[in-house]
Design a protein around this ligand. Structure first.
Ligand SMILES: Cc1cc2nc3c(=O)[nH]c(=O)nc-3n(C[C@H](O)[C@H](O)[C@H](O)COP(=O)(O)O)c2cc1C
Ligand SMILES: [Fe+2]
Ligand SMILES: [Fe+2]
Length: 386
């Protein structure tokens, strides 16, 4: 991969990995990308490193633009291995470079990779002059880890935002406006990387909104150069009010009666003018389900009773669901049993423990049989969709 020009003196040095299919538990149908950037000025500067698997490709791209010994600064915004895993290999060729990062990031880089380097430690609002241009730094702890920060290149109005505003997608096209739509992938990335830290994310976006920004350069996914507001607004919505006119139904069924209940609830949801999405929890990606629950105005969970409870996969499901932290969201429960009903009461209790607003449940021995049974299920769907 050759270094791609973003603007005079500013290059993308990143690595695309179109064949990657997984990242932090998300399925990534369009691959992944690990971005790094180079600014050529009196003191040439790299922003972000790369991960170990990509180091050879990365160094080739770097050397196509500059003799690495001339690099004066390596700004590290985040110490996770996809950003800084190959920092020692980068430092080896950029032998004169100092690492610019937060105090916490220095600690992380030493603890994780045993980095030995001269460091320039920066705090909120600190500036670093690199010649004609100046960086300004804005630490944003917990977006995604405690040591993270954003770096702003003042004269170019460029925000290097690390994981913030990212999408795990390979981008053969450098700019977001040249890509096919990918909002669903941004949503899934947000769900697992950002949602649990919704408040720090919200604060970081509010801070970013005070800057004049023409380019957003995240560590994952394409670069935003037009309408940077669109990604900022979408991230803000996901951090604050992600709900859409949609009800997500999650179920587990062996002999299809609980599945039939899910279908009937979905009909009720659609009759009420809302969108229903259904997931068999045994066949579906947990992060995708978490993202769907996050963006739904209500959820319904259903299981047959087996082994005197609901299916054990729901335990993992609840662990993901609690990361969304959405108390007060409407929820319904449905399920079946053969001799003692135990799935529905347990699902209900767990949703109440997570402070969901329980608006109804339907529990049926061996599943629905009559039109009246089906009507009860559609009624539950309607109530969830209201
Ligand atoms: C593997 C298995 C374990 C079951 N364990 C229980 C149980 O512990 N208690 C109970 O009341 N019914 C139990 N049942 C009966 C189911 O709850 C009942 O047949 C239900 O209607 C099946 O729903 P489904 O069609 O959605 O799979 C079990 C069924 C299966 C297949
Ligand atoms: Fe990260
Ligand atoms: Fe990352």
């Amino acid at each position: 991969m050759k270094a791609n020009k973003i603007k005079d003196d500013v290059f993308w040095l990143g690595v695309n990995s179109p064949s990657s299919r997984e990242f932090h538990g998300i399925s990534t149908p369009r691959g992944g990308s690990y971005n790094s950037y180079l600014v050529l000025d009196e003191k040439p500067t790299i922003i972000e490193g790369t991960g170990k698997p990509f180091i050879q490709e990365y160094l080739k791209s770097l050397k196509s633009k500059i003799n690495p010994e001339k690099i004066e600064y390596i700004i590290i915004d985040h110490a996770e291995p996809d950003h800084a895993g190959a920092i020692n290999e980068i430092k080896e060729v950029c032998s004169n470079a100092k690492i610019v990062c937060t105090e916490k990031c220095k600690d992380f880089l030493i603890a994780a990779f045993g980095v030995q380097s001269e460091f320039v430690i920066v705090k909120e609002g600190d500036e670093l002059n690199i010649g004609k241009r100046t960086f300004k730094f804005f630490p944003d702890p917990m977006v995604h880890w405690p040591e993270t920060m954003m770096s702003y290149l003042v004269e170019e109005k460029m925000l290097f935002s690390a994981d913030l505003f990212g999408t795990e997608i390979s981008h053969e096209k450098l700019f977001a406006d040249e890509m096919k739509p990918f909002q669903e992938i941004t949503r899934d990335y947000f769900a697992i990387v950002m949602r649990h830290y919704a408040i720090p994310v919200q604060k970081a976006i509010e801070k970013a909104r005070t800057l004049e920004i023409e380019y957003i350069l995240s560590s994952h996914g394409p670069i935003y150069r037009q309408n940077v507001q669109s990604i900022m607004d979408y991230y803000y919505k996901l951090a604050t009010e992600p709900e859409e006119n949609k009800v997500a139904i999650f179920y587990y069924s062996i002999w299809h009666s609980s599945e039939k209940m899910a279908d009937e609830i979905a009909k009720g949801v659609e009759e009420a003018g809302s969108v229903a999405v259904k997931y068999d929890i045994n066949q579906s990606n947990f992060v995708r389900m978490m993202a769907e629950a996050m963006t739904s105005k209500a959820i319904a969970l259903g299981s047959l009773t087996l082994f005197a409870g609901h299916h054990p996969l729901f335990n993992a499901f609840f662990d993901f669901l609690q990361l969304n932290n959405q108390p007060g969201k409407k929820a319904g429960v449905f399920g079946t049993y053969g001799w003692v009903s135990e799935a529905v009461p347990k699902l209900k209790q767990k949703l109440m423990d997570l402070k969901y607003d329980m608006i109804g449940d339907v529990d049926m021995r061996f599943g629905p049989k009559t039109d009246k049974d089906l009507l009860r299920l559609r009624e539950l769907g309607k109530k969830l969709a209201e």
